[in-house]
Design a protein around this ligand. Sequence first.
Ligand code: PCD
Length: 788
Amino acid sequence: MFKCKTSPEVGGMGHSVKRKEDARFLHGKGKYTDDVKLPGMLHMVIVRSPYAYAKILSINKEKALAIDGVLAVITGEDLAQYNLHWMPTLLSDSQMVLPTDTVMHQSQEVCAVIATDRYIAVDGAEAVDVQYEPMKAIVNPFKALDEDAPLLRPDKEGQKDNHIYHWERGEREKTDAAIAAADVVVKERIHLPRIHVASIETCGVVASYDKDTEKMLIYLTSQAPHAIRTILALVAGHVGLSEEKIRIIAPDIGGGFGGKVPVYPGYVIAIAASFLIGKPVKWIEDRSENLVNGFARDYHMDCELAATKDGKIQAFKVSTLADHGYTDSSANPSKYPTGMFSICTGSYDYEHAFAELDAVYTNKAPGGVAYRCSFRVTEAVHAIERMVDKLAAEIGKDPAQLRFENFIKKEDFPYASPLGWSYDSGDYKQTLEKAMDMIGYADYKKEQAEKRAQGKLMGIGICTFTEVVGAGPSKDFDILGIKMFDSAEIRVHPTGKALARFGTKSQGQGHETTYAQILAEELGIPYTDIEIDEGDTDTAPYGLGTYASRSTPTAGAAAAIAARKLRDKGKKIAAHLLEVSEEDIEWEVGKYFVKGAPEKSKTIQDVAFAAYTNFPEGMEPGFEATHYYDPPNLTFPNGAYICVVEVEEETGAIDVKRFVAIDDCGNIINPMIVEGQIHGGLTQGIAPAMYEGIVYDDEGNVLNGTLMDYLVPTAVESPHWETGHTITPSPHHPLGAKGVAESPTVGAPPAIANAIIDALYPLGIKHLDIPITPDKVWDAIQVAKAKA
Ligand code: PCD
């Protein structure tokens, strides 16, 4: 159990204080990119391709330019004059900013209209006349590798087919041998479909170039403003946009979820337009543009899990085909083309594993965004958790029991996983037991047996996941070469109030509150006296940003260590004020006192004042500290989720009766915020499990490109989430904390899928891919009945 060291007024770790930022958000006072209005600001609207694959024969701007208020139509040819028509992706592939000859997916940017207002820009976009010659698109990733498949990326030197890369980890031969020798092997091809990051706020930018100062000010919906500044300087340095001249401000963000990590063509076009025209240019993506032009997941995974006949897991093998669309713009660290997919061995202890992946180009939107997932952890967890359930069903063992028998044990941490991770800590048994107690597992098992006897379909699904978050140690983790540390800078003012700045950027997570709580914990300054500032590259220390549940593991740690530096300096000042030697000073949250004479003390506020007014001779004045934190390892949050469903045989309707989520993210800064994170994340977990999936036809048209057709679950679809936690502190994090925000989105889909498939098992249905919709269930029931 965690015991709070501070009073609720100070609000250090463990206090469920209300979010400071909510006063602003709940009163509609948030300031988002679209709220930025600059004098003389122009508006941009993008003309997009109706075809998935086509030659551009001509772009006629005339009619558009004739409209009063339309100032420019920017094409790929225009950008090519400045060599700005292509840009690198985060994984060193190349992506068109605007095409000069070919469009590669439906809705790709073709050209952009700049006008005095948005309505005029929309009219202008409609008036642009583009002639295309459509070509046969490659939609099915398996066909992308056929010999007669057209080469989609002839622009890439040495590219002979549509294969992007092969990746593998582990021991193929030993794993194959273990599988060949095993008593039981279960196999399945599992697809995690393309889904969409449906944040409330779409992407957007206001770029404002000042020709006099040569400064480029950019308001951007970005989870990683510093990294984007550097990338922009690398891409556009040759036209004069060098890094010290670029200032990116990420204002309030209405949800990021990984979708606001990449650089999108629209950003670059708006920036280029402002640079060329010398006026501010705003581009705000509309809802459908947002839905169709990126994606997450899209992994086809062939899994094999081998075990002894009584269920001791021996080996896991997974071969994946990844559909990356027309360019590999996955948001992964440089050395990890498949992200952290190698966490796929899960929470279980066995020796042999092998994972491989081939990525291919198709005529679809690029993306591979780490949608609430620390780079492909969702895919990995789905694979192993579905397979463990399949194994349990195959050998007729209770899936909870099978998990208990295979868990990595508490005393085995740090645990070296077969694919190369060092799991930091966990107590999987305790976590699953807690979930089972909370839901009443044994009673549900009885009820299920009774219902089955009456021919009713009821299912219980478990997921016991291990995540890997907090990228990451600089020896392994970088994005385009920039190491993945993060930073905190604290200034304590003379009156004892403070300002702290970070290299991360909240998008709704509550950093303004939780970072202040970390500092309150370490310094004893009340969290309400500490302002938190993020997202402005001119003022914040350099950092890699907020995604991959990394803010707590990296910047949160940086805050604690910077605060400890301050405490060390404060000790010297306290000794000076109390006229004793430094060795005689002790610290207790919020104050220094003389050893053995606690009545002789100075508060942190006294000390801060003295740092400016009465510091020891020779000491550097001021009370500030900065720390750049390079984590020694990642953190491995984990959890046990249990879901109970009933399925109606006549209609395929699925009713989620109960859902219990027990999470272990180590020590918790703010339990209420964590609970909120879990609630939101579980809803984003039921989404792909039961509702979401981007559907293409054979021509590469997106069939559900609006929120009328793409069902994002709301409160109506969401069950009542029941949450709880266990605490196994991270041994290497200064606060013992682990990241948590993505766990629920990773853990929920397999728990729900396992529950639904368990319900259908008596009919002989052994697997369904998500989203498991009523019509998919109904179809499967008809097929199963026809077979019976
Ligand atoms: N926490 C606490 N404790 C612990 C942990 C944590 O308290 N132990 C808390 C903190 O402080 C914060 C939160 O919680 O506030 C979170 O955290 P983390 O886990 O660290 O994370 P971050 O980094 O901060 O964040 C990020 C995440 C992600 S990743 C995502 S997707 C999502 C989530 O976050 N997003 C979002 N959540 C959210 N929320 C909101 N509201 N919004 C958003 O947008 Mo990616 O990679 O990007 O895909």
